[in-house]
Design a binder for this molecule. Structure first.
Ligand code: S3P
Length: 168
């Protein structure tokens, strides 16, 4: 009998490489890549900036939490979460029970170099650098519940993916 593969849940700030590393992990393991932000966009029928603008962040977080819970009922997935999905304790519990939780870390400089002033990321609007530094500081404890934390500094996505697989 083939046992279903354990899920991998990728957490970390915007621009730490969750989507890219998730795609590599999926290709290596045969797990299915699921992007939580994409599910939110599908469900809401609007882009993320539009959800934030029209409904506000609280509505976005409700949708994110509900879809996180639903998605982690599935097995055999690599789930790339949005950077703020860890903010609610209930979500952190759902993630820890739902698979191997891997936190990707990067410095503020690397994050800014990767995402810049991305109009698709409403939380970085109006001054990416200060916002990234503030968010990193505010959220560092929220990422600490991961089973595994990987420092991605100076590493390629392939190296990060390989490192995760040594623990899988
Ligand atoms: C957010 C991160 C984004 C997206 C939304 C909010 C955050 O996802 O969910 O813009 O609060 O950090 P990425 O981490 O994939 O950019």
């Amino acid at each position: 009998m083939n046992l279903p593969l354990n899920n991998i849940v990728l957490i970390g700030m915007m621009g730490t490489g969750k989507s890219t590393v998730g795609a590599l992990l999926a290709a290596e393991t045969g797990l299915t890549l699921v992007d939580l932000d994409q599910r939110i966009v599908q469900e809401a029928g609007r882009t993320i900036p539009d959800i934030f603008a029209a409904e506000g962040e609280a509505y976005f977080r409700e949708l994110e939490s509900a879809l996180l819970r639903g998605t982690l009922q599935e097995r055999g997935i690599v789930l790339a979460t949005g950077g703020g999905a860890v903010l609610r304790e209930e979500n952190r519990l759902v993630m820890r029970e739902g698979g191997l939780v891997v936190a990707l870390q990067a410095t503020a400089e690397e994050i800014i170099a990767r995402v810049g002033e991305d109009p698709g990321r409403p939380l970085l609007a109006g001054g990416a650098k200060e916002r990234v530094i503030t968010l990193l500081e505010e959220r560092k404890d929220a990422y600490a519940f991961a089973h595994l934390t990987i420092d991605t500094s100076g590493k390629s996505a392939e190296q990060v993916s390989a490192e995760i697989l040594t623990h899988y």
